[in-house]
Design a protein around this ligand. Structure first.
Ligand code: GLU
Length: 301
């Protein structure tokens, strides 16, 4: 955690969108929740563009996200961190994991894994060495039988048996790109993030990230997983479910809807107010115990 000039710990939150399309309602909720949590504690709020997955990147999406956040007055501190500029750090961490014996090459294809493991948990085929005639594709981290737990500030205590419920996870993908868990664990530490507020769809992702923090001696931030907006059929609102990009709504209206979703409906006199007024009100009134403590909430589309 960072320190302020008078040596008190600084709360530092972050929003880390992937540039795979415009912001939609779900990403606005994550941006807003992390922003309000940090700002209501007098903390900093950082922005990171998770451009670690070039095949899924949409040209212009990163610039569009920045513009939308500015239109909403969700203004971040300091320069934006782009994961595409951090490949040296990821490579160094992979070397460290490898030389400490924490990772191993895996030759399995996704199809081979799902044929034997319907829940996609890696069955351990290459754990003890590549089977004869197989080429290394990805790099995986060994996960032992032990249980890993953390206290989510909203969802309560969460535990998983690493080997059985998470499985040896990928740190370098078969296409050569760095895996999301590796980049996230390293960058949250690099940016000295003290609290991670994001959607509950990423709750399970916390376990590989916690484990990497341990293996790489990184500090563990606090976690709060916000409810995720889903369709009536229970599908996450996303580009895949054709959730409308939020920049098709007036910012004040979309912010009002996101605040209501997060248990902080703005008072009537603020209906139609500009983003700055809504955000000032929300920073002053933000209370964790008003957040709905459910992982998913259906919303009308
Ligand atoms: N980049 C990830 C996403 O857009 C989120 C990363 C995170 O918050 O840890 O889904």
């Amino acid at each position: 955690m960072g320190r302020s000039a008078n040596n008190t710990a600084i709360v530092r939150g972050r929003f880390a969108p992937s540039p795979s399309g415009p912001l939609h309602f779900g990403s606005l909720v994550a941006a807003l929740g992390s922003f309000l949590s940090a700002r209501s504690q007098g903390g900093e709020w950082l922005l990171r563009i998770d451009d670690v997955d070039p095949p899924r990147e949409v040209p212009g999406a990163a610039a569009g996200i920045l513009r939308t956040l500015e239109d909403y007055h969700l203004l971040w501190d300091g320069p934006v961190l782009y994961q595409s500029q951090r490949f040296d750090a990821y490579e160094a961490a992979l070397a460290r994991l490898g030389s400490a014996g924490h990772s191993y090459p895996c030759g399995c294809t996704r199809r081979e894994i799902s044929a034997v493991s319907p829940n996609h948990i890696y069955p351990g085929t290459c754990r003890n060495g590549l089977p004869p005639g197989r080429q290394a594709r990805a790099l995986r981290v060994y996960c032992g039988a032990h249980e890993l737990c953390f206290d989510d500030r909203l969802q309560g205590r969460q535990c998983r048996r690493l080997g059985r419920e998470v499985g040896d996870f990928i740190v370098r993908r078969a296409d050569g790109f760095y895996a999301y868990h590796l980049a996230t664990a390293l960058d949250d530490a690099f940016q000295q993030v003290s609290e991670i507020v994001r959607g509950a769809d990423l709750l399970d992702a916390t376990f590989p990230q916690l484990y990497l923090q341990r293996l790489l001696d990184l500090p563990q931030p606090a976690y709060l997983h916000l409810p995720v907006a889903v369709t009536a059929e229970g599908k996450k609102l996303s580009k895949q479910t054709r959730a409308p990009a939020i920049d098709t709504f007036p910012p004040g209206e979309a912010l009002g809807r996101a605040l209501t979703f997060l248990g902080h409906p703005p008072p009537v006199e603020l209906h139609g107010a500009p983003p700055t007024e809504l955000l000032d009100w929300a920073i002053a009134h933000w209370r964790m115990d008003r957040l709905p403590p459910r992982p998913v909430i259906p919303v009308a589309e």
